[in-house]
Design a protein around this ligand. Sequence first.
Ligand SMILES: [Zn+2]
Length: 126
Amino acid sequence: MQPASAGTESVWLHVSATASVPLICQRCLGKVDLALNIDQDFRFVADEATALAEDDESDEDLLVLSRDFDVLALIEDELLMAMPIVPMHETCESEHAPTSDASAADVLEEKPHPFAALRGLKIRKN
Ligand SMILES: [Zn+2]
């Protein structure tokens, strides 16, 4: 029990969770273990109508009190929302990394730039 921003006593839930999720780096396509952290407070309200009414004016995260409240589902949802849309290594070390690997850079240098031919087609406007 703690006062809400309105001053009335409310039931709060503090959720803190950590998880390591194996994902595919979207830059080098290697495996990246992403550490997810949740540390969040939720305030319970009596019913769905109260939640809807208060949600707009409240910065707090609201939950509806119920006897069959599924805390594991809440934690799962929060972890999913904490996942980045595009998972990436902070620094790619894979051999497929386009920038950090010398041999990959050599391969790129041997090929002409795909738009190199366009240079000759450049139109001059006066
Ligand atoms: Zn990577």
